[in-house]
Design a protein around this ligand. Structure first.
Ligand code: NAD
Ligand code: 6OD
Length: 505
């Protein structure tokens, strides 16, 4: 079964324009039109062309999706053996790899992210998430305790891991396939069914995944996709739906707060991966070249649109000037342009709207007294990108730590570099934030590395690296950056309800 009806083709040979398609909802194993009768346009951030016309789900569509997911819980999926279920999910992983180029094209069309980045990160991780959780669930032991009783015979307790039920999955646009499957894979591995709402900016790969689900034989109703927006649309309808037992959300902290309030009356289980304003601390004893390359990666990757990006860089004073100069060279080395060109390292931001937000911070930084080391505006590119959302990589120095540009998440290819004189000063500035997602520390002093890592108030710390992932490790943030942890057994904790069985012997 095909997902889409082609609406229009891009001009032959125009590598920035892909086919414009009609993306339907996916409910109960079928691609269906939204009952709401509404659609919205998915626009390319590369050149402003139409990527797809998308059906917008309303409350009635969410109702249908939840009902299908509930039926699946007690149907074939609910009765399926663990091994069969996990074999099917491993097959989903294989099928994503077999259709690698289609996922790649869909992700690039929605986001404009560079080919090299999507090839290395987005698509393989989309596949790896299913393989990983298929493996983890296969080997998870059952908790049990022997209990003494007065009659001497005792009792045996064991804990069963039951699915939570229908899980609502609400996703952002920055790593669409990676972050969606990071939730869907463990949710399904644990026996749940899902209703997924991709970001309105990036509906394509969730829809393509629906084809894969059908191809490998995932029963109908297990994986459902409703497209739309947040307030007054599919997102809000999910958060208040009594049939959805848990919501797993990645996105802005403000949105997390709104979802928490909406979900409260039904006491839904919640998992939140939210925003960040992450620090990177570079000591004078660091491997200089590795620290520069790593910090540049943590500033400019995916055009700065990774929640783990480090927008606050603290550099020990003896190497400060040299480090700023080296970062300026890294920024100027970025190849901005057509995401399909193999040499391109930086595509556009996700949308014109987001570019306006980032540019407002570029202007604010100047008002707040920043020295603009490089960037600060819109790059001059070929006319075919005039309708796009391109922006210059930007570096500032000279801001006071109280500046809004230091305190608020910008989510663009930008960082501020601040000097420090002591370890304590660096730790104090790094921790002086409402957010607490991750940090990077660059030093060759082993003891310092461990002690600084321990002192940082973040959920994750990378030492002499950044965004190096092991999918078994706890992933998540403190403070405004989230609630709970994903990854390995931590995901399993969220997606299962533990039921203790006590047997008197
Ligand atoms: P967003 O919060 O604007 O939107 C995320 C999703 O929530 C979208 O699907 C949107 O339609 C939906 N939504 C919005 N309002 C809603 C509501 N009231 N009820 C239900 N759903 C609603 O975030 P975004 O702009 O898509 O993504 C960027 C943000 O995500 C940044 O803040 C970034 O730091 C954060 N992020 C965090 C992580 C992490 O792991 N901590 C990962 C990626 C992105
Ligand atoms: O790698 C991951 O598992 C993950 N959740 C990455 C998040 C990146 C944020 O933009």
């Amino acid at each position: 079964m095909d997902t889409n009806d082609t609406l229009a083709r891009g001009a032959a040979g125009d590598t920035t324009t892909t086919e414009a398609r009609r993306l339907r909802l996916f409910i109960d194993g079928e691609f269906v039109q939204a009952a709401s009768g509404k659609t919205f346009s998915n626009i390319s951030p590369v050149d402003g062309s139409l990527v797809a016309e998308v059906d917008e789900a309303g409350a009635e569509d969410v109702d249908r999706a939840v009902a299908a997911a509930q039926r699946a819980l007690v149907g074939e999926w609910g009765r399926m053996s663990l091994t069969t279920r996990l074999d099917l999910l491993a097959r989903v992983s294989d099928r994503i790899m077999e259709r690698f180029d289609e996922f790649l094209d869909a992700e690039m069309a929605d986001t404009g992210k560079p080919h090299a980045f999507a090839c290395a990160v987005d698509v393989p991780r989309g596949a790896a998430n299913f393989k990983t959780f298929s493996h983890i669930m296969r080997s998870l032991p059952t908790e049990s305790f022997q209990t003494d009783t007065d009659d001497g015979r005792g009792a045996l307790n064991y804990a069963l891991r039951m699915p939570v039920g229908v899980v609502g999955v609400i996703c952002p646009w920055n790593l669409p396939l990676l972050l969606m499957t990071w939730k869907v894979a463990p949710a399904l591995a644990c026996g749940n069914t899902v209703v997924v709402k991709p970001s309105e900016e990036t509906p394509s790969t969730a829809t393509l995944l629906a084809e894969v689900m059908n191809e490998v034989g995932i029963p109908r109703g297990v994986y459902n996709v409703v497209h739309g927006f947040g307030p007054g649309s599919a997102g809000e309808a999910m958060t208040v739906h009594p049939g959805i037992s848990a919501i797993t959300f990645t996105g802005e902290s403000r949105t997390g707060s709104a979802i928490m309030q909406a979900a409260a009356p039904h006491v839904k289980r919640l998992s939140f991966e939210l925003g960040g304003k992450n620090p990177s601390i570079v000591f004078a004893d660091a491997d200089f070249d590795a620290a520069v390359a790593g910090t540049a990666r943590s500033t400019f990757s995916n055009c700065g649109q990774v929640c783990l990006c480090c927008e606050r860089v603290y550099v020990e004073r003896p190497i400060f000037d040299r480090f700023v100069a080296a970062m300026r060279e890294e920024a100027r080395r970025q190849v901005i342009g057509d995401p399909r060109e193999p040499g391109t390292t930086m595509g556009p931001l996700i949308s014109r709207g987001h570019r306006e937000k980032v540019l407002s911070y570029y202007r604010l930084a100047v008002e707040e007294g920043a020295t603009v080391v490089t960037g600060g505006g819109i790059p001059e590119l070929d006319a075919r990108f005039d309708g796009g959302a391109y922006i210059e990589p930007t570096i500032w120095t000279g801001l006071d730590e109280s500046a809004r540009c230091i305190r608020e998440e910008i989510f663009g290819p930008v960082c501020h570099i601040q000097p420090f004189d002591t370890d304590d000063e660096a730790i104090r500035m790094a921790n002086d934030s409402a957010y607490g997602l991750c940090a990077a520390v660059w030093t060759t002093n082993l003891q310092r590395a461990h002690l600084v890592a321990r002192s940082l108030e973040t959920g994750m710390v990378w030492i002499n690296t950044w965004f190096l992932r092991d999918l078994r490790t706890p992933f998540g943030g403190t403070k405004l950056s989230g609630v709970g942890r994903e990854g390995g057994v931590h995901s399993v904790e969220f997606y299962t309800e533990l039921k203790n069985v006590c047997v008197k012997l």
